[in-house]
Design a protein around this ligand. Sequence first.
Ligand code: SF4
Length: 696
Amino acid sequence: GDREMERKTVSTCPFCGVGCGIVVHTRDDRITWVDDDPANPSSRGMLCVKGRFGIPFVQHPDRLTTPLVRRDGELQPASWDEALDLVAERLLDYRGAFGSFASAKATNEDAFVQQKFVRLVMGTNNIDHCTRLCHSPSVEAMLVQLGSGATSNSYIDYEEASCLVVVGCDPDSNHPVIASRMRKAVDDHGTKLVVVNPKRIDLASRADVFLQPAPGTDVALFNGMARAILDEGLEDRGFIAARTEGFEAWRAVVMERTVEEYAQACGVDPHALRLAARLYARPPARRGLPADERPGSCLAWGMGITQHTHGTDNAHALINLALLAGQLGRPGCGISPLRGQNNVQGCGDAGCIPDSLPGYQPYRDDVVARFEEAWHAGIPREPGIKATDMVERIATGEIRAMYIVGENPLLSEPNLAHAGDLFRRLDFLVVQDLFLHETAELADVVLPACSFAEKDGTFTNSERRVQRVRQAVPRVGQSRADWEIICDLARRMAPHVGVDPGQFAYRSAADVFAEMARLTPQLRGISYERLEREGGIQWPCPSPDHPGTRYLYAQSFPRGLGKFVPVRQAAPAAELPDADYPLILNTGRVLYHWHGGTLTRRVQALLDQVSEVPVTIHPGEAERFGIADGDEVVVRSRRGRLTGRAIVTDAVRAGSVFVPFVKLRESAANFLTNNAYDEPSRIPEYKVCAVRVEKK
Ligand code: SF4
């Protein structure tokens, strides 16, 4: 009867790094609606508009249903055998000039198999993913200072904190369920809230202190907070003595300027800066805090910190603050780089980064030997090329062939006109994805992948929780899971490069996970059986009887002592306003669209909310350039232009314009942004460039 056709599948949201639990309802193999999963400990019965209404992309008529191969200049349908034989034959010619992007939207299993293919079959460590474009500076700084790049706390710690400091991010738009948990802390527990953002975000209305620094002046701001903490003797001397090194040298740099000088450098009120420092270092106890617990502060940050030419310095300045105040390693405190894509944590954990093996294990002899023993062949030991450099090195011929899985760099790279020129120069490009997007249109071969709802696997969310993804509907057309496609390709190539094809003969996603867990100490205790029985588990989980880890650094840091790293404020950005381009462009996201919009542009309910690129401009600037609210406007930089719709509000700072990076009606912020990079992390400066705005 009818009821047999209705099914419910418990899974994990495919959009942001919060990783909410969802229940996918289907009828006759069609997704009918999506509900929350009250049993999921990360989301506790909450979902945002994207999780609830954004899933129809899965069965959208635009989905790719067969492989496509370019013949006579046109992409034409082909069989899997034709397509994969061609890819295998061509890629064998480009070992040594090859790079691959993995997808932070794919599963851990997909990611693990992809990096294994790149290392073992292609013989290179040139693999990277979108972390390069979002939190690579955070990871870089955390690895240097602590020895681990992960979020240290859990979401429950936001609710148990006595103070929350939310920097350079807009959780209401980008991590809405985390925003709800933060509001709960403020409303129900009297948790203090400090918001730092050049834009007046919604959360600022709840803040005890709202600081609106000039773009690119974060180091001055955090050094100013540190100076205020030192002036008032609020540092945690016990923690500094027992758990850190480098304090004196760092302190000497911070003492070079006064709180007033720092405040002036970033354009904020020095009293507000001092108050923020006091609240962070020594917050008053929240309501309900156990008497024997020290009030804790959580520090959460986003791309506002990282996407700068000195993004790594910004992250260092923040981590220095956490070490100074001893706000690590207890309940209700910690540091959180808020992750963008659903599986950006897992994609890195699985080894899709150029500078380390799965589990962030270094290319050390003993580690490499363990992988070579498991895989019965040699793997390269030199670090690979980072994502942004792979694109730039197409120009030098160091990269001539690429395999891009689940990413659309021709929407996400900075300075899109330049990036497009480079991609067109590749000898051979393979794109594997759900839709024929901007990058796929340039490919020589396009392979149809299936979505999260058509396969089994795991995602790892921002609080390090490994959670199950379960197949809810049949696969669309001939699409296949990324890991299955890559295994099929790898088996065709393996005999030519001295690799046993049996290395790519997994029977199931569970099989792949078991190998990853065996080779990755932090995941060793996790298995599909446990996930089935217990639900999601937070790594590190070193053994089958280990319950998983709520917060890191209770006893020590992976590098031993936490390290203070002195940083000074550099020039705010690589490109600053001038007479021709008098405004600063700041970029970010909107609630109703997912990043560049490759998925959500195909969801009518979301498009109904926002269908044109909104250009938010300060009233003073609007008047100066003759722009009224609702006008169609053109924004230009030295690199390109876009058309959008003006929103006039003083939520943005005077002198600046805010544009989300979603592409709507052929307009995208990345036509404007600057391909200038932070040196240690190679992240582009998406957050600051110079533009002008005109009425169309
Ligand atoms: Fe999905 Fe993130 Fe929204 Fe949760 S907050 S429903 S994970 S998009």
